[in-house]
Design a protein around this ligand. Sequence first.
Ligand SMILES: [Zn+2]
Length: 177
Amino acid sequence: MQYEQIKTLKKQVEFILKNYPHTRNDDRELVKIVCERFGHDPIAKATSIERCRRWLNQRGEYLPTDERVARQRKMNIEEWRVSMGYRTTGGTYTPPSEANKPKEWLIPSETRRGVFYRVIDFGYRMECECPQFRFKRTCKHLKKAIQRSILEKQNSLFNGTENINHSKQYTNTEHYN
Ligand SMILES: [Zn+2]
């Protein structure tokens, strides 16, 4: 999907919350990425973006993954735990559903110590959050993530855990050259 095809602000916010799970815990980060990706003025759009996020959250969608954030937003914690797939009794956790999470890699910067860039695999395309990728649409981190994804795929084939649904995602050669 191209960014230009996502027309309404609500859909744009939903797209970012879905594909960048860390923004579910941080409205400032959400506003920043929505505005970067879709070319909005963050000052003009911040309130509307937060309103879209609340609207989605009220429907139980793209809830914060961090319980402290859920508490700060004065959510009902029992309801939040149920929505997130946590069991509320018995003291044991069922982890939240991973189904819609895109695959991510954190790749260390070669020049800046302690800095990591997030590379996200949307299945049909991969993206890095570093500044270079924004301008050139490719970068070192993306290439490293591709190497890792190929290694992981080989390992999963070797272990017999290959998921047929994932076999399509490495056929896109857009960033491989
Ligand atoms: Zn990068």
